[in-house]
Design a protein around this ligand. Structure first.
Ligand SMILES: NC(=O)c1ccc[n+]([C@@H]2O[C@H](COP(=O)([O-])OP(=O)(O)OC[C@H]3O[C@@H](n4cnc5c(N)ncnc54)[C@H](O)[C@@H]3O)[C@@H](O)[C@H]2O)c1
Length: 352
């Protein structure tokens, strides 16, 4: 069988989704796992049947058996490892965000061109069933031109701590961690219009609120209540050259009554709510219709989304499909996110 030999770099929380999805794929063979923490890499390798374990990604990349890698490390290393992997002749699936700076993202894009290898950005929400169904409606023109979108990803208490709250390793807080998902999802569904300007605000008002009791939330393995250098919340207005606009707000913590994930797009002929409950809104015979697509999961289906992302990556590596989330889109998102941070810092709108 001419399959694909893959390795996973970074064996923390999200690697489980990559490893499981590769294991489920009949044509993917998992050959190696790498993590700075050897024990973590070994446990993952044992669980998922990989023969080799590395602690230095450069050694893994020198292994001729490896044809493609998933990069599941801290954000600050995505660019460096992607470039090294491409130069070593490997296809790359890089977790979001592609990079923490625009300069690095452009270097990755240049490395993709130079190497002739593929790079898929892990914008997993593009691969959710709700998104793939909605995309068909949009592509068929059923929503008309989309001119406005609105996304919220608000956690009232959910700063994961560890590397997530260390700007050195994460590159930013909720804007970069969870904002990138919903901004990308809206932008993708809007037809990826060229960004014209961004204006944004970030706030560091509440800290990580590690004092709060009786409410549980995800904490990274190396959570340390005394360390937090990222913003609590961010908001932004993004303008596109075609006149469309996108409003977004995100938080790790906020005095909100409850958590909220909402992704909505509005077009000339119809609209849609992708999250929290997939609904298509339209008008027929002078009547407004809220249409509920009958699919197994009306919200983002995590397992299916990752499986679809990995299936697409394998198909692309084997030359059977076109990338859905190519490097250029990772560069554009890095531009948008960096622009929002810059706008907030300088107190002005950033024009592109
Ligand atoms: N697509 C999604 O929905 C989603 C969800 C969570 C996280 N992520 C992304 O996945 C990445 C990892 O997040 P996580 O939650 O798994 O974090 P994690 O802390 O659980 O795991 C990260 C792992 O990477 C290892 N690592 C860091 N630098 C390394 C290097 N240079 N070489 C080898 N190993 C290295 C760490 O030791 C750790 O085990 C992040 O970029 C994050 O943004 C994506």
């Amino acid at each position: 069988m001419a399959g694909l030999k893959v390795a996973v770099i970074g064996a923390g929380s999200i690697s489980e989704m990559h490893l499981t999805s590769y294991q489920n794929h009949p044509e993917a063979e998992l050959v190696a796992v790498c993590d700075l923490v050897e024990e973590r890499a070994r446990q993952a390798a044992d669980k998922f049947g990989a023969k080799k374990v590395y602690t230095d990604y450069r050694e893994l990349l020198a292994d001729p058996e490896v044809e493609a890698v998933s990069i599941c490390t801290w954000n600050n290393s995505h660019g460096e490892i992607s470039i090294a992997a491409l130069e070593a002749g490997k296809h790359v699936l890089c977790e979001k965000p592609l990079c923490t700076t625009v300069d690095k993202a452009l270097e990755v894009e240049a490395a993709v061109r130079r190497s002739g290898k593929l790079l898929q950005v892990g914008f997993v929400r593009r691969y959710g069933t709700n998104t793939t169904v909605l995309k068909k409606f949009i592509d068929a023109g059923e929503l008309g031109e989309i001119y406005y979108a609105k996304a919220s990803y608000l956690r009232r208490l959910g700063n994961p701590g560890g590397w997530f709250s260390d700007t050195e390793r994460s590159g930013g807080g909720p804007l970069l961690d969870i904002g990138v998902h919903v901004i990308d999802l809206c932008w993708y569904l809007m037809g990826r219009p060229k960004v014209k300007s961004v204006t944004g605000n970030t706030y560091k008002k509440l800290g990580n609120r590690s004092n709060v009791q009786h409410l549980s939330y995800y904490q990274a393995a190396d959570f340390d209540a005394s360390k937090n250098t990222v913003e609590d919340m961010a908001n932004a207005l993004i303008r596109f050259e075609n006149g469309a606009s996108l409003m977004v707000d995100v938080s790790f913590t906020l005095h909100a009554k409850s958590n909220e994930v909402a992704v909505k797009i509005f077009g000339e002929r119809g609209g849609a709510e992708v999250e929290p409950d997939f609904t298509i809104v339209t008008e027929k015979h002078d009547t407004i219709l809220n249409v509920t697509p009958q699919i197994d999961n009306s919200s983002f289906d995590f397992m299916a989304g990752f499986q679809n992302e990995i299936n697409t990556f394998v198909d692309c590596c084997l030359g059977r499909a076109e990338l859905i989330s190519p490097v250029e889109d990772g560069v554009e998102l890095t531009k948008i996110i960096s622009g929002i941070y810059e706008s907030s810092e300088k107190g002005i709108e950033i024009q592109f």
